[in-house]
Ligand binder design. Structure first.
Ligand SMILES: [Zn+2]
Length: 251
């Protein structure tokens, strides 16, 4: 029913647009012949209503903070958004470890790049769906284009130190967002041409690899609640910490 409605609205819009186009054409020729004719104002029609949900394949989704917030609250909508963007994932059963744990989480099976544990890191990378959706946006609209721009090759693999871990923030007794599967530590990027760009080795270097890493860290700040990297402190010299815990920091 909705579809029919928007089709009618769209065709009505087309007719009005054509009408307006004709009026403009008439106006121009009228102007040329100095004829005094009055024309009706073009009728402004509201655009057809947007379909529900968030299209993660659109660049504009990056800036749609309210829709993205909705994804972190509505697991079903979030799963739909991932599937619609061709991200495949498995649902992870609710987990509780003392004060830590999560009630909903996914593990990404395939996305544009593959998300892989760094050697020695835990094999499982459970994360809340809200985090997975933002990672997909970052990967699709920021990381891969930036790699092509600076390094001439897309990213094929993203190496991760970990997601869920029952621990506190270093030097505090406050639980980390890792304790709730709302954070990820990103260590390195493997390009299609075989090169590996690491946060530890390349972040502070002059040139393309450093520019790539500094740009994707800066633009992560627009998307994630907290983005921390080597500029912040020694504890983050080898990774970007990205989380959706609700606090704000970009360092
Ligand atoms: Zn972290």
């Amino acid at each position: 029913m909705k579809k029919t409605h928007s089709l009618i609205a769209a065709s009505a819009g087309l007719v009005i647009a054509l009408g307006a186009g004709l009026s403009i054409a008439n106006f121009r020729s009228a102007e040329a012949t100095s004829a005094r004719t009055t024309f009706a104002r073009p009728v402004v029609v509201d655009e057809a209503p947007k379909p529900p949900g968030v299209d993660l394949t659109l660049f504009s989704a990056l800036a749609d903070a309210s829709q993205l917030k909705k994804l972190s609250r509505d697991v079903n909508a979030c799963h739909e958004a991932l599937s619609a963007a061709s991200v495949t994932f498995t649902e992870v059963p609710a987990t509780k470890q003392g004060q830590c744990g999560f009630t909903e989480a996914v593990e990404i099976s395939s996305s544009l790049a593959s998300w892989e544990p760094n050697p020695g890191a835990p094999k499982e990378l459970p994360m809340t769906c809200g985090l997975a959706a933002k990672l997909h946006l970052w990967e699709r609209h920021v990381v891969i284009p930036a790699a092509e721009k600076y390094l001439g090759s897309p990213v094929e693999e993203i190496k991760v130190f970990g997601t869920f871990q029952c621990r506190t923030v270093a030097d505090t007794d406050k639980l980390s967002e890792h304790a709730f599967a709302k954070a990820i530590d990103v260590a390195a990027f493997v390009l299609a041409d075989g090169r590996t760009i690491t946060v530890l080795g390349d972040y502070h270097t002059k040139g393309a690899a450093g520019d790539f890493l500094r740009e994707i860290r800066q633009r992560a700040c627009d998307l994630f609640d907290v983005t921390l990297g080597p500029d912040y402190n020694e504890a983050h010299a080898n990774h970007f910490h990205l989380d959706v815990g609700g606090q704000r920091a970009c360092r």
